[in-house]
Ligand binder design. Structure first.
Ligand code: FES
Length: 77
């Protein structure tokens, strides 16, 4: 199924780019131009990325915790 009709980009292609590390619509656009013409597909791309198409998103969220966050909680208890 096509996600971006301007460039003929399919849902599967978006998922492949996400698997290769693209986690934002901008990174998908860099990889295949999807979203860079009329922009009508950007929300669909965001929805695909939000549905777990990007396996690295969870890992980066975990790494976003500040160092020592656990220690701060322990001190407060
Ligand atoms: S449908 Fe993707 S840029 Fe137009």
């Amino acid at each position: 199924m096509y996600v971006c009709s301007c460039f003929g980009v399919t849902e599967q292609q978006v998922r492949q780019h996400a698997d290769a590390g693209a986690c934002t619509p901008r990174q998908i656009a860099s990889a295949c131009k999807a979203g860079t013409d009329c922009g009508g597909c950007v929300r669909r791309i965001q929805a695909l990325l939000g549905r777990g198409a990007c396996p690295r998103r969870e890992a980066s969220d975990v790494n976003a915790l500040p160092l020592g966050a656990d220690a701060g909680l322990a001190d407060a208890a």
